[in-house]
Write a protein that binds this ligand. Structure first.
Ligand code: SF4
Length: 628
């Protein structure tokens, strides 16, 4: 046992509270976050799965992180296998090694952690003495294919609904083969990659996935968690004064995903993080989070506030996690009650169209966060392409409302290389930033100081299960040229500090988010080469341009189609065609009986277990004593 590593882990534990240790549990899970402790502890998915697994009788779950650089040196020097944080037990001694992966950029770290653990990276090289390797998290239902062959089971969907089913199957079956078969046959939520052979066309595109076991589904449906009432239904009930229905929805006993371990040394570790809603109704065509978490759902205010009250003695900081904070029908109550508890409020993201005076006031009062907004691009036309339905005039007005409250520094998220982008679109970025800067200086005069405008440029990366999934990423050289052009133009504007992501990184992201199974060998090799993806590509001969830089036609079987997100092909195709014509679409209404995108009829209402009754209109009426 390397003393320096153990020391380092114990030091981290000494600064934390709320973690659990049960060495005698029958089933032990090593919950792995494929990044460092500091980054991982800011991930609500990790907190949620830790709490869920440890809440199951007979199960003990410990955390594992990618070692910090100084720990990594010790691991390499001592050749000691990777240890869990809580009890410093080798990860390979656990029954289950469960990865929670939110970002495809962490795939390399997943392979690295398996290598460090002494567990064969490829599922085919493992036997029944090895732990079961499970992958979950957002990346699992976006496109698990680049790491499918590393994984025994991919949990396709949201952890709140899948954790119990996974544990039941493991406890109820004897052998690894039986466990895998019973999960694969559930039909929704569990993908066993080894049960599917990938058939390729002569040109290298995927022809289809063929099951090699009986009674496993052709496609694996995404499991949608049974957490909350639909936001639209609740909002409408409140608006119409349907108190019985609103009470019924609000008083559901729901799981409120939040910080479960207090870890002040980690990023965001000094605050309570609470997920207040999941999914976003706006349908921005580039946004994976919006489409892959349909339908939008909310956690009732009472559950959020109860959690906040419970944690108030520990901290005065709270982070509201949501893609659409102000879409919450009870946001006024939430903000006013949190302010009454003297919480300093921050939010995970601010959607420009939904910034309210109330929220801005709460953020100013908290003085805890630099405001970041996302105009995405400088042209109204291109914003219609991506279905972000705001004009430059509106954006300047919204930024003005921020500046008028004395918050004079603002970060602007922008994308370069969007489909149909022209030279004029790029030039309009300069005009928009110049206008925002002028508005900031005007407000700054009243406060006697000037702030900064910080545009942050990212290359557009097409994401699976979005309407732009058929588009190629902009050619690397061309993307580099455009980013350089925009950076140069922006750097000439006073009071502007531009930041950017390199075209190279955008292309690596595209490879991991849209690649097929052949990408696995690049990941494995790059992990062995300390992250050298260029060399791994050369050695494996994988053609990046084929995986990322070609438009895909509607007939192509997309590698991620093995997972059925619930979004219908027709819906995505129509949205893609509308993007090409710069035509916008209405937001998801989040009400019952809607069939627009296909998610509600196929995942949400189709085979809902009993715990989902709150969102089934018929069941709601029955529960309320109304005629069905
Ligand atoms: S079916 Fe309708 S309500 Fe349901 S997620 Fe799709 S657009 Fe939204």
């Amino acid at each position: 046992m390397n003393r320096n590593i153990v020391e380092s882990y114990r030091k981290k534990l000494a600064a934390e509270s709320g973690y659990l240790v049960d060495r005698g549990a029958g089933l032990r899970i090593a919950l792995c976050y494929p990044n460092t402790h500091s980054i991982g502890m800011a991930n609500l998915g990790l907190h949620t799965m830790y709490e869920l697994f440890n809440g199951i009788p007979g199960v003990s779950c410990e955390r594992v992180f990618l070692p910090d650089p100084h720990e990594l040196k010790e691991y390499e020097k001592s050749r000691m296998p990777l240890l869990t944080l809580e009890t410093q037990t080798p990860v390979r001694d656990f029954d289950i090694v469960a990865f929670s992966i939110s970002f495809e950029t962490d795939y390399l770290n997943m392979a690295r952690m398996l290598q460090l653990s002494g567990i064969p990276v490829w599922a085919k090289d493992r036997n029944h003495f090895h732990p079961l390797v499970v992958m979950g998290g957002a990346a699992s239902f976006l496109n698990p294919e680049p790491i499918a062959e590393f994984t025994d089971i991919v949990a396709v969907g949201e952890g709140e609904i899948l954790a119990y089913q996974l544990i039941d199957a493991i406890l109820e079956n004897e052998t690894k083969e039986e466990i895998l078969l019973s999960l694969a046959r559930v039909g929704r939520g569990f993908y066993v990659p080894s049960f599917y052979d990938v058939i390729y066309n002569d040109d290298g595109t995927v022809f289809d996935y063929l099951p090699n076991q009986e009674d496993v589904p052709l496609r694996i449906g995404r499991a949608v968690a049974a957490v909350n009432p639909k936001e639209g239904t609740l909002r409408r009930a409140l608006k119409r004064g349907e108190d019985d229905l609103a009470d019924f929805l609000i008083n559901q006993d729901v799981f409120c995903p939040s910080t479960s371990i207090w870890s002040p040394g980690a990023e965001m570790g000094d605050r309570l993080l609470v997920e207040i809603s999941r999914g976003c109704s706006q349908g921005c065509r580039f946004c994976w989070a919006g489409y892959n978490y349909y339908p939008p759902r909310v956690v009732p205010a009472k559950d959020i506030l109860a959690k906040a009250a419970e944690w108030r003695s520990k901290t005065d900081k709270i982070g509201l996690v949501s893609t659409a904070v102000c879409d919450h029908p009870e946001i006024s109550t939430i903000l006013s009650e949190l302010r009454a508890m003297n919480y300093r409020i921050s939010v995970s993201s601010l959607r420009l169209d939904q910034i309210s005076d109330e929220l801005l006031d709460a953020l100013v009062e908290s003085n805890d966060q630099q405001i970041a907004v996302a105009p995405e691009t400088g042209s109204d036309r291109l914003r219609r392409v991506i279905n972000k339905n705001l004009t430059n005039d509106e954006i300047v007005d919204i930024c003005g409302a921020v500046f008028d409250r004395g918050m004079l520094t603002i970060k602007l998220y922008m994308m370069v290389g969007l489909p149909t982008e022209t030279q004029e679109d790029l030039d309009e970025i300069f005009v928009l930033v110049e206008r925002i800067k002028d508005r900031m200086l005007e407000a700054g005069k009243r406060f006697g100081r000037a702030g900064r405008i910080i545009p942050s440029l990212n290359g557009f990366v097409p994401k699976p299960n979005t309407p732009l999934q058929w588009d190629a990423i902009c050619d690397e050289k061309e993307l580099k040229k455009r980013i350089k052009y925009v950076c140069k133009g922006l750097s000439r504007i006073p009071n502007v500090d531009v930041r950017f992501m390199s075209a190279r990184i955008a292309h690596e992201q595209a490879l991991f988010s849209s690649g097929d199974r052949t990408v696995a060998k690049v990941i494995d090799r790059a992990a062995q080469l300390d992250g050298d993806i260029d060399r791994a590509l050369r050695e494996t001969g994988v053609d990046v341009a084929f995986q990322t830089s070609r438009d895909r036609n509607y007939d192509e079987f997309l590698p991620w189609s093995i997972v059925d997100s619930g979004l219908s092909f027709e819906f995505l195709k129509t949205e893609h065609e509308k993007a090409r014509e710069a035509r916008s679409s209405l937001p998801c209404p989040a009400v019952e009986k809607c069939t627009t995108c296909g998610v509600c009829p196929t995942t949400w209402l189709a085979d809902a277990p009993e715990s989902l009754i709150q969102i089934q209109p018929a069941a709601i009426r029955t529960a309320l004593g109304h005629a069905v």
